[in-house]
Design a protein around this ligand. Structure first.
Ligand code: NAD
Length: 432
């Protein structure tokens, strides 16, 4: 696994990083970006590889590999999650950090992009093993973490608990308290009210803005939501509250379909019945007046707007032609492959890309950081209003450019994001 240079440009054997690079080059070429800037932005500013020795419950010591990558700090401190998964690599973190640069830039927030992680199987570790691992990892990346340098957040298999362990360790090393060094903290411990719903609220806001642009009334629209986790469930709730008919929701147990509309509040209550069964929560929901279909059928049911909010790569060369919705708003990261998008676009459909639609999460993190720096918590209402205002503005920017240049919203979003970063790099100079 490694890098290679093709036609003078960096490419990678890592699929995620290589896709991120190719998407960047495509947009950079369209905007005639200076080749020196292209070259500079195709590499991270800094990557720290660490070993993370952990004493396991049986007394043996296992060493895990950990990473923290800062792709760009042109706009401000780098921002991005920390994930624990068996497929975490340095190259993958580089690709994800680059995507965070564009997401933060497009989101209109003063952050660059970062990402980190540990290559491990957290599902096979005890709580104490995870605590020791998180604290050691925190200690080893501590020199590059801070409220004005790099602000991590939760990602796959990490949450408020891991953030508290990492922050607590680094604060002890610093000898002072610094809650703004990372986000995604528990609400009662320097977290932010509104964050739980933030990504879904942002996705739904993009849906409402698209409806306005197309003169559509939510009351006349049928929507389907693939994935009923954090992002999908709140997206479905806000759309239903605005009067849309949510005809399908899904999770790993199946798709639950009712062409007359699903009672989303009831689905929320249903999910609470057995909090221990994470990921299988909608099992049996067909009893509530729904027809049960295959897991991925939520992507293909008859509807106007589709919200893929579960997994990456589900709308691809093999499945895209089955999508009936005219509008696809990506709540998940990367649900549509480039081949899948080509099929959708050729069929006259509009795709609102992930790094625009699901940016409510990182914008919400920025609000948490801002509150921590102020030492003053905002009201939930304040948080929500600011989130909706920023998402609306961002959607408008991308929409106008796409209309003007007759291009896709994804390409338009890339160009807007890259332009903000490259303008600042040009202003500050190559030595950052
Ligand atoms: P989650 O774990 O809360 O929910 C995922 C949902 O998808 C669950 O309902 C799960 O059952 C369902 N699912 C998994 N596999 C499925 C399958 N094969 N078919 C149908 N459903 C399936 O995760 P989340 O936080 O809602 O994140 C979902 C996506 O959104 C991910 O791509 C994530 O990276 C992205 N995202 C999340 C946030 C956030 O703030 N949570 C922010 C930005 C992007």
């Amino acid at each position: 696994m490694g890098d290679r240079i093709v036609d003078g440009r960096r490419r990678s054997d890592n699929e995620l990083l290589d896709t991120a690079l190719r998407d960047f080059y495509g947009a950079a070429d369209e905007m005639h970006l200076n080749e020196g800037l292209v070259s500079m932005l195709s590499y991270p500013e800094r990557r720290v590889d660490v070993s993370v020795p952990v004493e396991l419950e049986d007394g043996t010591v296992k060493v895990f590999k950990g990473y923290r990558v800062q792709h760009s700090t042109a706009l401000g401190p780098s921002k991005g999650g920390i994930r624990y998964a068996t497929d975490v690599t340095g190259a993958e973190c580089e690709g994800l950090a680059m995507l965070m640069t564009w997401k933060c830039s497009l989101g209109g927030i003063p952050y660059g992009g970062g990402k980190g992680g540990i290559c491990c199987d957290p599902t096979n570790m005890t709580l104490r093993e995870k605590e020791r691992m998180s604290r050691t990892y925190g200690a080893r990346i501590a020199p590059i973490i801070g409220r004005w340098s790099d602000v991590p957040a939760p990602d796959m298999y990490t949450g408020g608990q891991e953030m508290v362990w990492i922050m607590d360790t680094i604060c002890k090393m610093l000898g002072h308290f610094e809650p703004a060094m990372l986000t995604g903290k528990p609400i009662d411990y320097w977290g932010a009210r509104g964050r739980t719903e933030a990504t879904g609220r942002g996705v739904a806001t993009c849906g409402f803005e698209l409806m306005k642009k197309k003169n559509l009334d939510p009351k006349n629209l049928k929507v389907s939501v693939h994935g009923f986790g954090n992002v999908g469930s709140y997206t479905a709730l806000f759309l239903k509250q605005a009067g849309a008919t949510v005809v399908a929701i899904s999770d790993t147990t199946g798709t639950y379909y009712n062409p007359k509309g699903i009672n989303i509040e009831k689905a929320f209550e249903y999910m609470e019945r057995d909090p221990g069964k994470r990921g299988r929560k909608l099992e049996g929901f067909e009893k509530e007046g729904c027809e049960k279909l295959d897991v991925n059928e939520a992507l293909f049911v008859d509807c106007d707007m589709l919200f893929p909010c579960a997994l990456q790569g589900v709308i691809n060369e093999a499945t895209a032609s089955k999508v009936k919705a005219k509008y696809i708003l990506e709540g998940a990261n990367g649900p549509t492959t480039p081949e899948g998008e080509e099929i959708l676009v050729d069929a006259g459909k509009i795709v609102v890309p992930d790094f625009l639609a699901n940016a409510g999460g990182v914008i919400g993190s920025y609000f948490e950081w801002a509150q921590n720096l102020q030492g003053f918590p905002w009201t939930e209402d304040d948080y929500n209003k600011r989130l909706v205002a920023l998402m609306t503005e961002n959607f408008g920017k991308v929409w106008e450019y796409a209309q003007d240049k007759k291009t896709t919203m994804r390409r338009s979003a890339y160009i807007a994001a890259i332009k903000r970063v490259s303008d600042i790099v040009a202003l500050r100079g190559v030595y950052l």
